[in-house]
Design a protein around this ligand. Structure first.
Ligand code: 3UK
Length: 505
């Protein structure tokens, strides 16, 4: 059980406490152009907090939309909003005016802090909030940096209650409609005191790196909050590719890497060209980790992948395993602090070996912002993540599919992820997505969308070969009766396959 005082400001707890503990001269954040110690980060955060309160006149509980790629100033802005007792509404860098308008509206945004390079889409919002201030904007006399220069004194953290909302995080929307989730100051600390402490065993000399945007709670935790909780460093880089992430791991001597399965899949064949000897833990989350990807990464680096399932509704990872507790094929066990079980369609718990709905409870949980789906996600105190899972006799949780992605073909339940796992073991397959295509005769047929590796041609003979390959490895009724070759899979900014787009093809 985690206990926090009734009065709690998470940014003060992560930043001011770090300096008080004597970590002031340690590196907190490294970016492409600058690297700040905890004391330097604190000075910037305090100046931004003054700008928000004194210059913009924002008051407790006001909502501040944040827009920027991963870099140190974006992190400082986020922490300043929390420290000032305001509510952060981080947004994904690739969002367009249309989606930003919906967020401004839904979250009743009062002010916007925006990286200068991403300002265009903000200006295209019809009903713009009262204040829009740009950062990373050196030549603009009205920039955040210019305003910060007028506030050289420390900022005393707002005395928030532990259960004041400090963060509204929007889901990545694999189905297209983002939902806002609200989180308290204590939730932000709770995620730092669960997965990174127990599963990662994070330490002050760790260096965290990875791809997820700070606007995605996977990245917010993994690249900013988790390192700060233990006095470690987070590396924040923009526009990473598999090659540049590998190069950055080598350059920054990173010890912990956070990214999605597709990135590990693409990095594995290139890993031998880089010195990755600093890496000790690699975390995969966002979507299911296929066995073939786990094995390719381990063969290339000698590292055992830490798989973990997290959700925006629950803020971060709640089922995982590391080190000798890893069981390939399973996501893991509930992270200490969380409980999980499998429920049937009537909400009754089922035992080992039965597929059902994953249910989770713990120190964090779902609170939708004005959304009628709250009653579907939280039932009887359990959070229903929308995932079909199975528990084994040893209490390990095995992912099967998203509940609404289960393919039902001729009366058989088929998990697309299982067919994807098999296809990914074939030399010709770089990426694949498997869906159910409506069909009069069978209800649905299994349909695979396959991206080939360089050097393979999309022929009918290869399609037949891939279908045969699946039939030989799993029950033949699961093989993809329809198989299409495509150049690229549709993915969200968080690395998740957008199955609804494959279905619409
Ligand atoms: C799926 C996984 C199998 C699953 C997230 C780590 O992904 C995150 O949050 P989202 O709200 O999506 C949640 C949904 O994504 N998923 C995530 N991880 C796994 N499926 N294996 C996994 N390891 O369907 C879940 O319900 O975008 C991940 C930390 C913070 C996050 N917000």
């Amino acid at each position: 059980e985690l206990h926090y005082p009734a009065q709690l400001n998470c940014a003060a707890e992560l930043l001011d406490a770090a300096v008080e503990r004597g970590w002031g001269e340690r590196t907190a954040i490294a970016g492409e152009h600058e690297s700040w110690t905890y004391a330097e980060l604190q000075r910037r955060v305090d100046r931004i907090a003054h700008v928000l309160r004194a210059d913009l006149g924002l008051v407790t509980g006001n909502r501040v939309l944040l827009r920027g790629a991963n870099n140190p100033m974006m992190a400082a802005c986020l922490l300043a909003v929390l420290k000032a007792g305001l509510i952060a509404v981080p947004t994904m860098p690739l969002l367009r005016a249309r989606e930003l308008t919906a967020i401004v509206d839904k979250a009743s945004v009062d002010a916007v802090l925006c990286a200068a390079s991403l300002r265009g889409e903000i200006d295209a919002i019809a009903a713009l909030p009262r204040h829009v201030v740009t950062f990373n904007d050196p030549d603009n006399p009205a920039s955040l940096e210019a305003m910060m220069a007028r506030h050289p004194v420390p900022f005393a953290a707002h005395a928030s209650a532990a259960d004041d909302v400090c963060l509204i995080s929007f889901t990545s929307g694999t189905t297209g409609v983002p939902k806002g989730t609200m989180h308290f100051h204590r939730d932000v600390l709770a995620i730092c005191d669960c997965f990174p402490r127990h599963t990662l065993a994070a330490r002050a000399d760790d260096i965290f790196i990875g791809t997820p945007p700070l606007a995605f709670t996977f990245g917010l935790g993994g690249l900013l909050l988790f390192p700060m909780r233990v006095g470690a460093a987070g590396v924040l880089l923009e526009k990473l590719t598999p090659e540049t992430l590998l190069a950055a791991i080598e350059k920054y001597r990173a010890t912990v890497c956070f990214t999605a399965p597709t990135f590990y899949r693409q990095m594995a064949p290139l890993a031998a060209n880089y010195d990755l000897s600093s890496l000790t833990r690699t975390v995969s989350a966002g979507e299911a980790l296929p066995l073939a990807t786990r094995q390719a990464w381990q063969a290339a680096t000698g590292l055992r992948m830490i798989d973990g399932i997290g959700a925006t509704e629950l803020l971060h990872i709640f089922i995982s395993a590391a080190g000798d507790a890893i069981r390939p094929g399973a996501t893991g066990k509930p992270v200490p602090g969380y409980q999980a079980c499998i429920l049937d369609a009537n909400g009754q718990q089922v035992g080992p070996g039965v597929i059902g709905r994953l249910a989770v409870k713990g120190p964090t949980g779902c609170r939708y912002l004005a959304d009628e789906r709250q009653k579907d996600y939280v039932v009887g105190g359990w959070n229903l993540t929308g995932d079909a899972y199975e528990m084994d006799a040893d209490g390990y949780f095995h992912y099967r599919s998203r509940t609404d992605d289960m393919i039902i073909s001729a009366g058989y339940n088929i998990a697309g992820a299982e067919v994807e796992e098999v296809l990914l073991r074939h030399d010709a397959v770089a990426e694949c997505g498997v869906i159910g295509r409506p069909c009069e005769e069978r209800g649905q047929v299994v349909e695979a969308h396959v991206v080939l590796r360089p050097g393979f041609e999309p022929t009918e003979a290869l399609a037949a070969q891939l279908q045969e390959f699946v039939k030989l490895q799993i029950a033949p009724y699961k093989y993809p009766r329809s198989l299409r070759f495509i150049d690229k899979l549709p993915r969200t900014e968080t690395g998740k396959l957008q199955r609804f787009k494959l279905r619409a093809n």
